[in-house]
Design a protein around this ligand. Structure first.
Ligand SMILES: *Cc1c(COP(=O)(O)O)cnc(C)c1O
Length: 360
């Protein structure tokens, strides 16, 4: 029933992709004079004068061991943001097609849609921050190409019910993108194992969060080979630089260190939750499966500004529908968390003092 050929844009289906020098000659040669590179070298100790592998096979093979997904089912992008943009460019006709998002959620699904002139339809999460399946069903029509699902969700922090995501996967004939940027912190298991079951499933992950490599820009997309091949046709030929590929390969050797950091961050998230729970200004701490907490506070804007004054930046989500009064607080180092808790303590102390002096 699901046929990717019905989904891909006509111009992309017909596209003859750019064929780079590295595409046209593969293998080992003595002399490379095919790519207009500078054979003399680079003005650095280490040379970067050669174009990198356009499909990053070494990185994908290493990732394949970690994720137990075959390399040909992977796409690597310059951050998840490139993955999001490429999905629009490959599957959504500007001015004609639409996608569904479930706010409050990650902002780039909508911004990237706007850049690509794709209509965005909104099925807000329910009060418990779970999917509104009836609303999603009502919004979807023949031109709906993608449903974006973020789990654990940003900025709410919760995982979405697995059965609900499966319902969407089973009943929607377009792509269902499950953004798992925070999956390493979650008690829920990843949808990667379900790739073979659902031809319309795309799983996104990133090295920006648990892996601690936000500065490198490496986003990952996992899907059927048919979907990956289409995205590969559309992507810029050398979208991941040589240096990034090398450094990522090194980082991927250190999974133990990453797992230790994940455990520490989750432990500190629980500890922060306990401390916030004692604070009179805190109205609600939403359950988190991520590396941050969404905390509903009295006078959230004032608290936000107070913290700013103390040199502590959190994310103010207090104006976001369904997150009213919410500050999104990333779990930091022990020192950073202590600084935050101390600052909130001083703020509360000041409030008490003001109240006492007003009454007296
Ligand atoms: C942080 C985040 C990403 C990661 O984006 P990168 O471009 O890979 O850094 C993706 N999705 C969500 C929901 C995020 O919060």
């Amino acid at each position: 029933m699901f046929d990717i050929n019905n989904l891909v844009r006509e111009n992309i289906k017909k596209l003859t992709p750019y064929s780079s020098a590295r595409d046209e000659f593969k293998g080992e040669a003595k002399v490379y004079l095919d790519a207009n590179e500078n054979s003399l070298g680079s003005p650095l100790m280490k040379w970067y004068n050669r174009y990198p592998d356009p499909l990053q096979w070494k990185v994908k093979e290493k990732l394949s061991e970690i994720k137990t997904v075959p390399p040909q089912n992977m796409f690597l992008g310059n951050g998840s943001d490139e993955c999001i943009d490429l999905l629009y460019r490959a599957f959504c006709n500007p001015g004609k097609d639409n996608v569904i998002i479930c706010p409050p959620t990650y902002g780039m699904y909508e911004v990237s849609a706007n850049i690509n002139d794709i209509e965005v339809r909104k099925a807000p999460l329910l009060d418990d921050f779970q999917l509104n399946l009836a609303h999603i069903e009502q919004l979807a029509d023949a031109n709906t190409k993608i449903i974006w699902i973020c789990s654990p969700n940003n900025p709410t922090g919760n995982s979405l019910n697995r059965e609900d995501i499966e319902t969407v996967l089973n009943n929607f004939n377009g792509l269902v993108v499950v953004d798992e940027a925070y999956i390493n912190f979650s008690r829920q298991r990843s949808f990667l194992k379900e790739l073979t079951e659902y031809p319309n499933l795309v799983v996104m992950q990133t090295l920006s969060k648990a892996w601690g490599l936000a500065g490198l820009r490496l986003g990952m997309m996992f899907a059927s080979e048919a979907i990956i091949n289409i995205i590969n046709k559309v992507k810029p030929p050398y979208n991941i630089g040589q240096h990034t590929q090398e450094i990522v390969l090194q980082a991927l050797e250190n999974t133990d260190q990453v797992n230790d950091m994940i455990m520490m961050i989750v432990d500190m998230r629980y500890a922060l939750e306990e401390v916030f729970n004692q604070m009179p200004i805190v109205e609600k701490i939403y359950p988190s499966d991520a590396n941050f907490l969404l905390v509903k506070m009295q006078n959230a804007d004032e608290v936000y500004n107070y913290l700013l004054n103390e040199g502590i930046v959190v994310r103010n989500r207090s104006k976001v529908t369904l997150c009213e009064g919410g500050l999104r607080i990333t779990v930091g180092t022990e020192q950073e968390n202590t600084a935050l808790v101390d600052a909130l303590g001083s703020y509360i102390g000041q409030l008490k003092f003001e109240k006492a002096t007003n009454n007296g």
